[in-house]
Design a binder for this molecule. Sequence first.
Ligand SMILES: [Zn+2]
Length: 199
Amino acid sequence: MKYPLPIEKLMRALQRLPGVGRRTAERYAFDLALDWEKEELDLLQGALSDAKEHLTTCPICGALKDGQECFFCQDTRRRKDLLAIVATAREVFALEATGEYRGQYHVLGSLLSPLDGRGDERLRMAPLFSRLQKGEIKEVVFALDSTLEGDATALFLKEQLEPFSLSISRLAFGIPVGSSLEYVDGGTLARAFLGRATF
Ligand SMILES: [Zn+2]
């Protein structure tokens, strides 16, 4: 099927979004082109350019910031001795949303992927070392995916952080909240067993 060129171009752009296939892109493209008012489209356009122009990453923690100050590094109410290491800037917000964590963050920028040849040159290690050298951080939590890449990265980090005397932990893996044991796969159950906590 041949779409008018502007629709086709819009669809191609939208399809680059995660989880958007051709059908969804088609729906979005028609909706935007036919139903949205000019002012609404201008707002969207403005929001997109703002996101590109005004968002930067904090040189210390690697989280996103929209002004001079980093929301996480500059907040004096957060614990200074506790550091969570995450792979992406998005995961910072996932941890924040739990409301359980009030420490510092360090965004690695990537995970190691030995199979894809993605090595440690992609990880933000230098800023991590300079933070740890200051000696303020005493405890580090690896908040990394429960995947091969996450495991490889955790092992690598553990080795790298050896020279600093830190208490290191990794987020527990286990049974999803609200699920019944009989529906949990063997691998998850095994890890939940290993990571069992005192009750
Ligand atoms: Zn920061």
